[in-house]
Design a protein around this ligand. Structure first.
Ligand code: ADX
Length: 358
């Protein structure tokens, strides 16, 4: 008996990432034992580290209709884009799970809000991709296989992966330069799947990175390519998730800085560092942890807690550079001091929508 399930765009991208190997070792949407194991222990039943649930939510009617079905056609926009072999449906106590995964069940948290709003049931099982997702930024997207092949042809033995959801400011640039000191290549992979309103629009991020890479970084050692998956704002757990995904794309190193994948004040500044420390050596990718960077008026330079004496002595001379501050400046007067963001980057954003609207 054949059955169909219509996917939302969010679900289609999630399905596609699984099928392309971006979420390896997952080969399908999580089954009940996998889900439980990941939520409780941050590991899959076989022991591999995996920090976030990857689930396909369905209505009660669909859950009932799946019983006894061996293959489900996955439909997006009226087209069969893939198949799922259902391996059971399940439910959970969403608030309790949110608390474990996000550290909060507050519906004001955007990741929690999304999770609490998922349909009643989840269906697990292996997937097969029949048609890639196509959307306006697809030309900037590469598969894990394509990236691995690219790194090989470039002769890059070590590659640092950089996750971001922001237009680059000077602190980001500092991290990128540190990465280039360490490794053969750098893979800047902005996440452009689902993000909350008020975050940067994907085109603004891409334009800004093109400006930075073409004008100020060694182009032959930097590759730009998007990751079309949802931002989950899960802070420390998502830092581990982002690292695993970049490992799957062939990176050997991954940057985790301040408040990685954080939102509001739900996570301590360096909670993601503590989390990655717990799995050190077990992720298949080396984590490069960074404190700061900030702008120091005394040094007249971007510096970090490890390189600047004024951080302790004259904290009033330290100007923190946060994504939130930059967004405020860009959405207000549009004037951003050049010691915080390159004027060329600010100029490259003129005339285009910079932020995602409601
Ligand atoms: S994230 O949500 O994708 O993590 P963002 O684009 O701001 O947000 O960050 C990209 C990477 O740079 C993350 O590893 C983050 O921790 C790091 N980062 C961003 N700003 C700073 C900063 N001022 N100091 C240290 N690390 C930073």
């Amino acid at each position: 008996m054949n059955k169909s399930l219509s996917l939302s765009r969010y679900q289609y991208l999630e399905f596609e990432k699984i099928a392309l190997g971006a979420l390896a070792p997952l080969k399908g949407f999580m089954t009940s034992p996998e889900f439980e194991s990941v939520v409780e222990t941050m590991r899959l039943p076989a022991g591999e580290v995996f920090p976030l649930p990857v689930i396909l939510d369905v209505s009660k009617e669909d859950a009932l209709a799946l019983s006894g079905v061996s293959v489900v056609n996955l439909i997006y926009d009226g087209v069969v884009v893939g198949e799922l072999e259902p391996a059971g449906v399940f439910q959970c106590d969403k608030k309790a799970v949110a608390h474990k995964v996000y550290g909060t069940s507050d519906p004001a948290h955007p990741g929690v809000a999304y999770f609490l709003a998922t349909k009643e049931f989840f269906v697990g099982g292996a997937v097969r991709l029949l048609q890639r997702a196509r959307f306006e930024f697809s030309d900037y997207e590469f598969t894990p296989q394509e990236m691995r092949a690219y790194f090989q042809t470039q002769g890059w033995k070590t590659v640092v992966g950089f996750q971001t959801r922001n237009v680059p400011h000077r602190a980001h640039e500092y991290l990128l330069r540190c990465a280039l000191e360490q490794a053969d290549g750098l893979f800047v992979q902005p996440l452009v799947g689902f993000k909350k309103s008020g975050d940067y629009a994907p085109m603004a991020i891409l334009k800004a990175y093109e400006t930075l890479i073409q004008g100020f970084l060694p182009q032959n050692r930097v590759k730009l390519g998007i990751l079309s998956t949802a931002m989950r704002y899960a802070g420390p757990r998502e830092a581990v998730f982002h690292a695993i995904v970049r490992r799957n794309y062939g990176c050997t190193h991954f940057i985790v800085g301040r408040d990685h994948a954080g939102v509001g004040s739900y996570y301590a500044k360096y909670a993601a560092h503590d989390m990655v420390n717990r799995y050190n050596g077990d992720l298949g990718i080396t984590i490069l942890k960074f404190y700061g960077p900030f702008y120091c008026r005394r040094c007249a330079a971007i510096a970090t807690e490890r390189t600047c004496p004024h951080y302790q002595r004259e904290p009033q001379e330290i100007q923190e550079i946060s994504g939130t501050l930059m967004r405020q400046m860009l959405s207000g007067s549009g004037q951003v001091p050049s010691n915080l963001m390159r004027p060329e980057i600010v100029a490259s954003l003129r005339g285009m929508p910079i932020f995602i609207e409601e």
